[in-house]
Design a protein around this ligand. Structure first.
Ligand code: GLC
Length: 555
């Protein structure tokens, strides 16, 4: 397999709004990130992905961009950005920008022009359609509730917005749009950034006739309906030629609705498109069909089936990205582990082992390295995320699909705001995140879970992440070895091997509190431990796994 630096990297995602506030306005900022570069270097990560920092009216916290070449006021200035970028590079950390180009803000000058008249030169930068039988042009729903179409009186037409109505979709079939995007990307590369995480890039090419799709619980087709459209690969290949080949970049496409077959095209090792994709099948493992609003727990066998299919499916053909968390997902320890005091430490480490030993590039979302948990949101007023707020009003107040109590339970389990509470730096007021009033509630467990305590404790979740990251840098087998699942039918244990030439690793994870037994395959019985979340016991043919126990044995 071809060796590449981006396969050997560990990426850390920062949600700047919630990372570190340097000026006391309650909102994280660029100078806050620069302040914490030593912390990131200590953790050992070597790539930083920043959620959007561009000029934005913040309808969707920066994922609605009104100027791609300027910085959001709350986050600082372009000078602050340059300082942060050089500080990252001085610390040996590369910087990945979030590229949000499926849509812009409705306050972007292109859209302001586009909506003015049918003849405006920017009209065709967006997707406009007349009403069909007096209604929306099709049944597509927005990711954030309601229809994906907004009527605009000025020209008596609807525009498409797969996300909020303040995020109109760009028309990628227009070559001028593509050129604008490519020029902007080259501008950032010239500045010295090292790559792009491409927001919902699988949605950029829409079928020309925009056909209806199957309706979900709110009566609309999923926002994913246009995924993997007819020209998406052609447009990404064009981007590769006109932009990405100009530098030694790292690229990851957020590909909602991607299938394994499609992923093989997006992330093929001949590097004609992207280096890797984020697929979301394992994020739906605890959903109710296509409805994420439930607090159902997953069946471990489903998780293993999905991840194994991706591990084996992309082997030698393309490249995986590995993640349990990002800014759109709840905290993994509350979702797949156990966030009670008793098991917090071991279950956070178990989840880390399970993911970091797989083949692919691992992503750590801010606070995951401390085992930050979901937050105890009490009322709908505690939420800031438009997805959560809109879903509450649509499904409880308008359509009465759920009672308010049910929906609050589902929001506590799944709301994106769980990942967006401020980073817990220490046990001082507001977790050391800000001296002002934080824009969203601080999780009250910061007195027990915070970076300051964990940095000084060799047994902490942070130190365990440090070890995992170091191991990956030292051992090729962790990056390049082939993955094979063991015990597919076990409901409690996730076990797999990695193989590179003569070398072999055994990874064992007990996903639950209950003790359970495992038979260690013969070839590992004389092996030694690489890492473990408990004091290790001598390797035996039959071993009892303690609650959330996980370890890696080297043959
Ligand atoms: C992606 C982002 C999410 C955002 C959406 C619209 O899914 O990760 O946060 O709301 O795209 O840009």
């Amino acid at each position: 397999m071809d060796k590449r630096w981006w396969k050997e990297s560990i990426v850390y995602q920062i949600y700047p709004r919630s990372f570190k506030d340097s000026d006391g306005d309650g909102i994280g900022d660029l100078n806050g990130i620069t302040e914490k570069m030593d912390y990131l270097e200590k953790l050992g990560i070597n790539v930083l992905w920043l959620s959007p920092v561009y000029k934005s009216p913040n309808d969707d916290n920066g994922y609605d961009i009104s100027d791609y070449q300027d910085i959001m006021d709350e986050f600082g200035t372009m000078e602050d950005f340059d300082k942060m970028l050089s500080s990252a590079h001085e610390h040996g950390i590369k910087l990945v920008m979030d590229l949000v180009v499926n849509h812009t803000s409705d306050e972007h000058p292109w859209f302001i022009e586009s909506r003015k008249s049918l003849e405006n030169p920017y009209r065709d930068y967006y997707i406009w359609r007349p009403a069909k039988d007096g209604k929306e042009p099709n049944n597509w729903g927005s990711c954030f509730s309601g229809s994906a179409w907004q009527y605009d009186e000025k020209t008596d037409m609807y525009y498409l917005h797969l996300f909020s109505k303040k995020q109109p979709d760009l028309n990628w079939d227009n070559p001028k749009v593509r050129q604008e995007v490519f020029d902007m990307m080259n501008w950032w590369l010239d500045k010295g950034v090292d790559g792009f995480r491409m927001d919902v890039i699988s949605l950029i090419s829409k079928k020309p006739d925009l056909p209806d799709g199957p309706a979900g619980i709110n009566g609309y087709a999923s926002f994913n309906e246009p995924a993997n459209g007819p020209h998406v690969h052609e447009y990404l290949q064009e981007m590769r030629e006109k932009v990405l080949n100009n530098a030694d970049t790292i690229t990851v496409g957020e590909c909602s609705g991607v299938t394994l077959e499609e992923a093989k095209k997006y992330a093929r090792s001949d590097e004609k498109e992207l280096n890797m994709v984020f697929q979301f099948e394992h994020m739906h493992v605890d959903a109710d069909g296509s409805n994420k609003w439930t607090d159902k727990k997953m069946d471990l066998r489903d998780l293993k089936e999905i991840l194994t299919r991706w591990q084996k499916g992309l082997e030698d053909i393309a490249w995986n990205s590995l993640f349990w968390e990002n800014h759109d997902q709840p905290r993994s320890i509350s979702r797949f582990g156990n966030d009670s005091k008793e098991y917090h430490n071991v279950s956070a480490k178990m989840l880390a082992t399970c993911l970091h030993m797989m083949q692919g590039t691992p992503y750590v979302y801010q606070g995951q390295e401390l085992g930050m948990t979901n937050a105890p949101f009490m009322s709908v007023k505690d939420f800031r995320d438009l997805d959560s707020i809109n879903a509450y009003y649509e499904l409880v107040e308008e359509q009465k699909v759920f009672t308010s109590e049910e929906m609050m339970r589902y929001l506590r389990a799944k709301s994106r705001d769980n990942a967006r509470t401020p980073f817990q730096w220490d046990d001082s007021e507001n977790a050391g995140f800000t001296t002002g009033t934080p824009w969203i509630m601080v999780n009250p467990n910061y007195t027990e879970i915070n970076a300051k305590d964990q940095l000084g404790d060799p047994d902490s979740v942070f130190c365990y992440y440090q070890k995992l990251i170091k191991l990956r840098k030292e051992k090729d087998i962790i990056v390049y070895g082939n993955y094979d699942l063991l015990l597919p039918d076990s409901k409690e244990i996730y076990a797999y091997t990695r193989t590179l030439g003569e070398e072999k690793l055994l990874v064992v994870c007990n996903f639950y509190e209950k003790e359970t037994e495992i038979e260690i395959p013969e070839e590992f019985r004389c092996g030694g431990y690489l890492i473990s979340n408990y004091e290790t016991k001598p390797v035996r043919e039959k071993m009892t796994l303690r609650p959330y126990e996980s370890f890696v044995i080297e043959k």
